[in-house]
Design a protein around this ligand. Structure first.
Ligand code: ADP
Ligand code: ASP
Ligand code: MG
Length: 405
C-alpha cells in the first residue's frame, strides 16, 4: 500500500465537471489500495480575479489582507473536491493549510514553509479517508494566514510529500509534462521523459511556470522525486529527479521566456565601494529578489559615475522603487529609469558544463532574427538574455528551433 501525494492545478479543478474528473481519478487510485493526499489549487482564474478585485479597492493592498483574501480560493476548491469524492462514495476530508499543520514564516504573500506537522493528516488517512489539503497556504506560529507565492500549490505538494515520506508525488496539470519549451508558444516543443532538478530549477526560475521555483528547490533539498503529468489523460509524464550521467549528453534541455520581469537602471551612481551593497541591501530588506545585475564601466570626468541595472519581478517594481528612493540622498545617484517591456529568454541544460559554443550559437541565432540583446547573464547550466518584450516569442521559437528543433 503506497502513500501518494497528488496535486491538481487550477485548470484541473476549473469547473464542476473537472472537479468530478479529479474525484474519479483519485477514487480509482484509492481502489488500488493506496492512501492518498490530494493538494488542490484555486479553480482557474480565481486567484487572478481576487487580485483584480483587491486592486479595485486600493492600489497597494496590505499583504496580510491579500493573504486572507487569496487563501479563500483554495478553501473553496478543497471543499468542492471533498464533496465530489463523497458523492461517489469515497470518504474524504478537506483541510486548510493551517489544519494540515503547515507552519510558515510571516512574510505575507511569499511565505516560506518552516515546518509541517502532519499529525492530523496521518490520523485522517489511518481512518480510511482521502485527505484534501489546500495548496498555496499556511499559517504562522502566531496564527496568521499566509500564502506561498504564485504557483505555491506545487510547493505544498512537494513539502507534504517530503514530510509524509510519500512513496510517490504526482503534479497533475493541463499539459502532458515538462516540454522543451512552453508548448503553447512553441508548437514544435517536445515532452521530456525526464529532467534533472538543476535543469528544472533553472527553467522554473526562467519563467517556465509549469513548476513553481521554490517547490523544485525543496524537492531537490529533500530528494523528492516527482512526476509532472496531465489530469486529462493517462499519458506518461515527466520525471524530475537527481541528475544521471546520461543527462549530460544532451547539451540543451529546454528554453523559457519570462515576461514578468522589469528592468531598473540607476543612472549616474558614484563609482565607490559600498554603493551596490547599500542598494541591494535595501532591496533584500524589502524581501525583493533581484535576478540579473549589470554595472557599466565608469563614465564622466571628475567623480567617476556608473550606471547600475538589474531586473526583478514586475510585481515587486513599485516596492523596489520606493525602497531605492529612500536611498537617493544617501547613495547620490542621478535618476532611476524603469522598463517593463522586456522579456528574459533562457537556454538550460546540464550538458553546457562540458560543451562549448552554446552562447555563440544562441547569439548568432538572435542576430539572424534581427533581435537585439540588452543584457546577458550565465550560470554553469544556463544562458539568459534580455530582449524587447514584443520580440520575446519570436526569439523563443528561433532559439528553440536552432537547438531543439
Ligand atoms: P497549474 O494550474 O496546473 O499549476 P500552470 O498554469 O501553473 O498549471 O502551469 C502549466 C502551464 O505551464 C502549461 O499550461 C504551459 O503553458 C506552461 N509552461 C511553460 N513552460 C512549460 C514547459 N517547458 N513545459 C510545459 N508547460 C510549460
Ligand atoms: N492559486 C495560486 C495561484 O494562482 C496557487 C497555485 O495555483 O498554485 O498562484
Ligand atoms: Mg501552477
Amino acid at each position: 500500500m503506497a502513500l501518494v501525494v497528488q496535486k491538481y492545478g487550477g485548470t484541473s479543478v476549473g469547473d464542476a465537471e473537472r472537479i468530478k474528473n479529479v474525484a474519479r481519478r483519485v477514487g480509482e487510485r484509492r481502489a488500488q489500495g493506496d492512501r492518498i493526499v490530494v493538494v488542490v489549487s484555486a479553480m482557474s482564474g480565481v486567484t487572478d480575479g481576487l487580485i483584480t478585485l483587491a486592486k479595485q479597492i486600493m492600489s497597494a493592498p496590505p499583504a496580510r489582507e491579500m493573504d486572507m483574501l487569496l487563501a479563500t480560493g483554495e478553501q473553496t476548491a478543497i471543499a468542492l473536491t471533498a464533496m465530489a469524492l463523497q458523492a461517489i462514495g469515497v470518504p474524504a476530508v478537506s483541510l486548510t493549510g493551517a489544519q494540515a499543520g503547515i507552519v510558515t514564516d510571516g512574510v505575507h504573500t511569499k511565505a516560506k514553509i518552516k515546518n509541517i506537522t502532519p499529525k492530523e493528516t496521518h490520523r485522517l488517512l489511518d481512518a480510511g479517508n482521502v485527505v484534501i489539503v489546500a495548496g498555496f497556504q499556511g499559517q504562522t506560529s502566531a496564527g496568521q494566514i499566509t500564502t506561498l507565492g504564485r504557483g505555491g500549490s506545487d510547493l505544498t505538494a512537494i513539502a507534504l510529500a517530503a514530510a509524509l515520506h510519500a512513496d510517490l508525488c504526482q503534479i497533475y496539470t493541463d499539459v502532458d509534462g515538462v516540454y522543451t519549451a512552453d508548448p503553447r508558444i512553441v508548437p514544435g516543443a517536445r515532452k521530456l521523459p525526464e529532467i534533472s532538478y538543476d535543469e528544472m530549477l533553472e527553467l522554473a526560475g526562467s519563467g517556465a511556470k509549469v513548476m513553481q521555483l521554490r517547490s523544485v528547490e525543496i524537492a531537490k533539498k529533500f530528494g523528492v522525486v516527482f512526476e509532472v503529468r496531465s489530469s486529462l489523460n493517462d499519458n506518461a509524464g515527466t520525471l524530475v529527479k537527481e541528475e544521471t550521467r546520461s543527462m549530460e549528453e544532451i547539451v540543451v534541455r529546454g528554453v523559457a521566456l519570462d515576461r514578468n520581469q522589469a528592468k531598473v537602471t540607476l543612472v549616474g551612481v558614484p563609482d565607490q565601494p559600498g554603493v551596490a551593497a547599500r542598494v541591494f541591501k535595501a532591496l533584500a530588506g524589502a524581501a525583493i529578489s533581484v535576478d540579473m545585475i549589470v554595472q557599466n564601466i565608469s563614465h564622466g570626468p571628475g567623480m567617476p559615475l556608473t550606471d547600475l541595472s538589474f531586473t526583478l519581478d514586475k510585481a515587486d517594481l513599485a516596492k523596489a522603487l520606493s525602497a531605492i528612493d529612500r536611498l537617493k540622498a544617501d547613495v547620490g545617484f542621478q535618476e532611476i529609469a524603469t522598463d517593463e517591456r522586456i522579456g528574459k529568454l533562457s537556454l538550460v541544460g546540464v550538458g553546457m558544463r562540458t560543451h562549448s559554443g552554446v552562447a555563440a550559437k544562441m547569439f548568432e541565432t538572435l542576430a539572424t532574427a534581427g533581435i537585439n540583446i540588452e543584457m546577458i547573464s550565465t550560470s554553469e547550466i544556463k544562458i539568459s538574455v534580455l530582449v524587447e518584450l514584443s520580440k520575446g516569442e519570436q526569439a523563443l521559437r528561433a532559439v528553440h528551433d536552432a537547438f531543439l528543433g
